[in-house]
Design a protein around this ligand. Sequence first.
Ligand code: B12
Ligand code: SF4
Length: 489
Amino acid sequence: MRVLLVSANRERIPDPIFPLGLAYVAAATRQAGHRVAVADLCFDRHPLPNLKEQVRQYDPDVVGLSLRNVDNAAYPLTVEYLDGHREVVDTLRAMTTAPIVLGGSGFSILPDAYMRILDGDWGIAGAAESTFVALLAALDSGVDPASVPGVTGRHPPAGPAPVYLHHDRPRSTWATGLRPARSLFDYPRYIRRGGMGNVQTKRGCVFKCSYCTYPLLEGTRFQARQPEDVVDEIEALMHDYGPHPLFFVDSILNFPRGHVEAICEAILKRNLRVRWSCYATPVKLDRRQASLMARAGCEGIELGTDAVDDGQLQRLGKSFNAEVAERANRYCREAGLKVCQTLIFGGPGETEASIRATCAALKRMQPTAVVAMTGVRLYPGTPMTNALVKAGRIREQDIGLVPAFYIEPGIAGFLPDYLRRQARQAGNWVLPGLATPILPGSQRLLRGLGVSGPLWQLLQRPWMHRLNRTRFKRPNTSWGIPHPKRRIV
Ligand code: B12
Ligand code: SF4
């Protein structure tokens, strides 16, 4: 079959992100013997007319549409992407009668809501390498695709979206040497404009942080690739595209123990000079792990600490306490790693005291950068949403495509100004939705000057602190349009 795969994501803040998931789907589709073309709308100045022309010329039998982001998950300047997604679907519908299959991480969080609002023909929530191929086989042979496990049909019943449960694990195809079909895309442009390539070494997360969608999206158990297979991919990337920094997109790279260690050992054994960064958990992060990561090319890690207050950590369902968080930060700094502390303020039970405790700890910890969210974006099916619904504090039907945020009522007035003050004093904080130091123009300039890797790493420099402080009155969040309808609950 002739398959057209479209990446709808045009967000370029904090960086343009190479559509790794769609590249996996493209690879599996090609491997199954289909013809594949891609339309990546990220950089195009006139994406819709060009998409029209491509559809006219290619005349696909099936279109797969990847929806990565629902919104920027930031409050109060929330940006949502639905209108852009709708325009893409309308453009496709105007040019072809080929069925449209929806997928991607954004879609997977709210599959039924997207199916209804975008009127997709079919949808696949979660990892889709094997399911998409099975769906194509069904279409090809005239079998009803609704019979394929993991496929959502048209017009799902109205009412609150049923919670998506991870049901498709393409273990065999994903883990055994399937490589994302990067060559179908302009990967070098992502390296130039985004400053990084991306690699996935495992899927899933065993932790149960109360607000988090990752276990819903990827599964509640780890499904890891062989370290040698990961390092083969890295070596090939450096060979094919030249040396460039990488981001490991795993939920957390450094857990379970042994996984990142094996990858680091393999990188060192092959003497690969690769710079990389990742998300990590403070759980079991020790001196040995931190220094091994640093020796294997890790420049910086984004530690999902969320709070440095025992009570708040417990309420967020985290599996460590404040002492462990501070210790992990110290080990990373000692090993020479840059550390970005990612925090979430305003969750259920947050108090002025817990906010102050976290901010005081951060002053002691001196991370390279802090990215702090004001309020929690609520998603269907997370432990936090379930508990709030059960307690009658929110209605299930209010949690959906219109971004809804929880801010503990007792601190809602205090929180934004307090965080702004902390950020202005520290100079190395980013407050998505309130203020960020990187404007789209500055970001392009920095990348144009050859700055690579995550931009938060720049915040270690005193001149960036000064710039950041002076910029703080200028809120900005994204290329998108702030959403007028977001709710605080
Ligand atoms: C790593 C990551 C980042 C990194 C990316 C670094 C890099 N260079 O790649 C950074 C930190 C930069 C980042 C930034 C952002 N991110 Co982010 N990110 C992730 C994360 C953890 C992994 C994404 C990934 O690469 N997965 C690996 C690939 C292989 O999986 P996949 O894309 O899901 O693809 C599979 C399926 O979805 C499906 N699929 C994909 N496409 C298609 C197409 C079809 C047709 C089909 C059938 C199936 C299908 O099959 C694929 C293969 O199995 C996800 C959470 C998660 N666990 O998924 C959040 C996530 C995607 N991010 C999210 C958000 C919000 C953002 C930001 C907007 C945050 C912000 N305010 O800045 C920005 C947007 C950046 C941009 N330009 O788009 C949200 C999106 C949902 C939402 N709320 O809108 C997620 C889901 C996290 C969450 N909150 O739940 N992110
Ligand atoms: S916040 Fe991190 S550690 Fe917690 S469940 Fe999500 S991915 Fe796992």
